[in-house]
Design a protein around this ligand. Structure first.
Ligand SMILES: Nc1ncnc2c1ncn2[C@@H]1O[C@H](COP(=O)(O)OP(=O)(O)OP(=O)(O)O)[C@@H](O)[C@H]1O
Length: 327
């Protein structure tokens, strides 16, 4: 596949991470999501260089959101690079306007998952770094997320029963990927929207983080990425404990929660059980206030109830039970 190249400390670091976290097992079919930016080029080069050690089958996918005037040229650039590496290349182009960053992201993950499904790739691999983690943590903190929102950007998560999303570069910083690209002379495509300060993420990257670095902690990105790592382990543990408690508290009809069982549990678990219960029953993500109203019913007087949720159900106290009822 790729020409043998120098083995750098970054190769060793990623190889070690893959081993210790068992992120990309041997012989898997990997679909690498490449935007053309420094992080995903660094990722693609590293995985191609490590490929002989792991016997993966590797391909590259690019999504053209058609957001920027140069997006077609960007896609062609990535295609050419894939060709020069002699790697299978897939591309999707948006057919309708994507009105926001969130819409673009949702479309991109959908498109990448479809490619992976159609061609039996077991792992979709992205170039998210510790710097992305630090930015996401700050962004979510300012929106009032709980631990679950703060632990965003996990090393891996299932996109479907057959496909894992894997992020092997979460312990590299953006300066490290930039340097790597420079050393190997990788043709990075500069995304002009990265400079646009109307996007909150760019302001965090270009204004907030440099400020924190200068005035508080030169290693602030690493520190924030580490905080994410700690939160992730806590969230995993709490979610597991909540699943066990929910099994004890939930009525077999799945429409009721037992207040006596929940009453003696810590608030952190009560909230999680209520959220899991509501999400399963209403199949909608609910906001903090809605979850809080049901959690308060654990100790509320008999006959207390909530306002209707989207879809028209309410939660009502009847003796030792909280019931979800359709109005
Ligand atoms: N147009 C694209 N085509 C293919 N892959 C992409 C594209 N844009 C981003 N990616 C993948 O996603 C990774 C993260 O990119 P970026 O930080 O720009 O996206 P984001 O919108 O912040 O994503 P997320 O919500 O997943 O954090 C890249 O390293 C790359 O692997």
């Amino acid at each position: 596949m790729s020409a043998p190249s120098t083995w750098t400390p970054l190769h060793a670091k990623v190889h070690q991470t893959l081993r210790s976290r068992q992120l990309l097992p041997r012989q898997r079919r990997l679909l690498i999501a490449v935007s053309g930016g420094q992080d995903s080029l660094c990722l693609a080069k590293l995985l191609l260089d490590l490929q002989p050690k792991w016997n993966w089958q590797v391909a590259i996918a690019h999504c053209d959101h058609r957001w920027r005037a140069d997006s077609e040229a960007n896609a062609a650039h990535v295609q050419q690079l894939a060709q020069s590496w002699q790697v299978e290349f897939y591309q999707r182009t948006a057919t309708q306007a994507l009105p926001s960053e969130a819409a673009a992201r949702a479309w991109r993950y959908q498109a990448l998952t479809e490619i992976a499904q159609a061609h039996a790739y077991q792992c979709l691999v992205t170039g998210h770094t510790a710097s992305d983690r630090a930015e996401t943590l700050l962004y979510n903190l300012m929106r009032g997320s709980g631990a679950d929102g703060l632990q965003a950007l996990t090393w891996q998560r299932a996109l479907s029963p057959e496909i894992m999303l894997v992020r092997p570069l979460l312990n590299l910083t953006r300066p490290e990927t930039a340097q790597f690209c420079q050393v190997f002379n990788l043709p990075v495509w500069e995304d002009s929207t990265n400079q646009d300060l109307k996007y909150a993420r760019n302001r965090i990257r270009q204004e907030l983080l440099p400020y924190l670095q200068q005035h508080f902690n030169p290693q602030v990105e690493k520190a924030l990425a580490q905080a994410t790592e700690l939160l992730q382990a806590d969230v995993e543990y709490l979610e597991q404990a909540a699943i066990v408690l929910r099994q004890q508290a939930q009525h077999p009809s799945q429409r009721g929660l037992n207040r006596l069982v929940l009453g003696s549990a810590p608030l952190a678990l009560q909230r999680r059980v209520v959220r899991q219960f509501l999400q399963a029953a209403l199949t909608k993500a609910l906001n903090f206030e809605q979850i809080e109203k049901v959690t308060n019913l654990i100790t509320a007087p008999n006959r207390s109830q909530t306002d209707p949720f989207p879809g028209g159900a309410i939660a009502v106290v009847e003796g030792e039970w909280i019931w979800l009822k359709q109005l």
